[in-house]
Design a protein around this ligand. Structure first.
Ligand code: GRF
Length: 212
């Protein structure tokens, strides 16, 4: 009998790829019932591509085109084509520094997820750990959410809290949030891969008993 086809992840990142590593390790350890089908980056020298190639996973640099904060039309086509060709079930943003627009999100409706280093809806946008320090909040954290047309505004799948300490610098707080991300992201992806996560309008419904 043919076994069921594994759930396939397409990972997009622009940076060091520590979340990608956490995800790949969770797949390898069987904690995340999925496989990494493809890693794409808009930065030719990005660490995430090296981390993927070290693991013998398909990894490609795809030029982002003429804009600074989004993909141009041609690039969007190239990204979509590569992900579809790799038969990706879920697009996972792991430090991808460009906003994805209409056509892309339509092609992967409710199938693009992101991790953000704050407890959304607090502190969307850049350097959320610095925003947390500037506001003097005592608790911050990270959020995994589906991506919609807005910035860091889509339906929330899971969150993890992180204390803010008196002694924190932007670097120490960012590091602590990063560690929480490495636990939260694979857990949320596992729930999606197991079919325990459903989007209903603005909200995410989770299977009973599953709480990241
Ligand atoms: C993470 O802090 C994530 O929250 C943000 O980008 C960063 C990616 O880090 N979206 P890494 O490349 O996974 O180390």
């Amino acid at each position: 009998m043919r076994s069921e086809r594994p759930f396939r992840l397409g990972i997009l990142g622009s940076g060091t790829g520590s979340n990608f590593v956490a995800i790949a390790e969770a797949c390898a350890a069987g904690r995340l019932p999925a496989e990494v089908a493809l890693v794409l980056s808009d930065v030719e020298q990005a660490g995430i591509l090296d981390r993927a190639r070290e693991r013998h996973l398909p990894a490609l640099y795809l030029a982002p085109g003429k804009f600074r904060t989004k993909l141009d039309e041609e690039a969007e086509h190239a990204y979509l084509g590569a992900l579809q060709e790799a038969r990706v079930d879920l697009v996972v943003l792991a430090g991808f520094m460009r906003i994805l627009k209409g056509a892309f999100l339509k092609a992967f409706e409710n199938r693009v997820v992101n991790i953000h280093p704050s407890l959304l809806p607090a502190f969307p946008g850049m350097a959320s750990w610095q925003q947390a320090l500037d506001h003097g909040v005592k608790v911050t954290g990270c959020t995994v959410h589906f991506v919609d047309q807005g910035v860091d505004s889509g339906p929330i799948i899971g969150q993890r809290t992180v204390p803010v300490l008196e002694s924190d610098t932007p670097e120490t707080l960012h590091r602590r949030i990063h560690q929480a991300e490495h636990e939260l992201y694979p857990q949320c992806l596992a729930a999606i891969a197991r079919g325990q996560v459903r989007v209903e309008g603005r909200l995410v419904r989770l299977s009973p008993g599953w709480q990241p």
